[in-house]
Ligand binder design. Sequence first.
Ligand code: FE2
Length: 373
Amino acid sequence: MAIITTEWTGTEYFPITEVNHLEFYVGNAKQAVHYYRSVFGMQPYAYAGPETGQSDRVSYVLKQNKIFFVFTTPLSSDHPASDWLKKHGDGVRDIAFKAECEKTAHDSCVSRGAESVYESESTKDESGTYRKAAIKTYGDTIHSFVNSNDYNGLWEPGYITLELPDLKFEDPGLLLIDHIVGNVEEGKMNEWRDFYEDVFGFTNFVVFDENDISTKFSALKSRVMRSKNWKVKFPINEPASGLKKSQIEEYLDFNEGPGVQHIALLTDDIIKTITALRNNGVDFLYVPDTYYDELSDRVGSIDEALAPLKDLGILVDRDDEGYLLQLFSKPVEDRPTLFYEIIQRKGSRGFGQGNFQALFESIEIEQERRGNL
Ligand code: FE2
């Protein structure tokens, strides 16, 4: 059985309030931006590039409610992002935190064993001073600490308002980033659990092993780490051995190492959200019809009617605190790496462990089609 521990046993070495943004390295930000606008309903926000004095890269910031995504493309092979992209393909480079003081956060983490990417740096323009620092986490992923307490501009110095032609899409009403999941190598999960406990002072909130999540062929283990205020939740997965290759191994092979596996976006009306996203063209994992045959027995009574959930392929899971509704996209790139989860919480603070069995079976159908099972 999965073990869920809701009490806080961590240490707040420095305040961690929330994720500020995610930065993606992508091969062609102009096209990625079009996809994230038309499909996920993200809105143009800010831009930096040659027009604003950045000669070696472009960065587009897109926004939806409290979700900020930055898409960065290097403009030459000399830029370090080019090496990153050669190895991993498009993916998440930076899980950036809002920080009260970037220097305190960085130095505090480094004092407990984190590796620095860069120490406190500041940039200025007429809107004030913007400060950030960064440390490494799993794979080639980093955590920036962003301090914009003395900055009133749009984004960072060097950014202007992003203006793009209008396009048609249905607004999915995505609210914020609920959790961000990392995949690490077999045998490394507990090291990364320790990293988030020791360096950030997080608590291990959920533990599940191959007994909880497995099919005949593949399995995973997971540890979910969280901040004191519950706003930062990082599940860390590793593959568990099965008869055939697990989806985590497939990720590690194609990403050429650890990295962000999925980003879960929160909604307060999943039927509206999934309807919009399906109309916009999101390719979701197929949920077998048989999943709905046993749903009522498994989760009891819920507010939503069964028919629209079945039509839209929405999954439901219940725990002691309540229930949640969720659905997973297929990978959004040609490498089977990063995908998305859409989640609505009705009391449950879990991650849908009860759905993983049904889900794994669906993922394996996709893996089989790619010849990777
Ligand atoms: Fe998730």
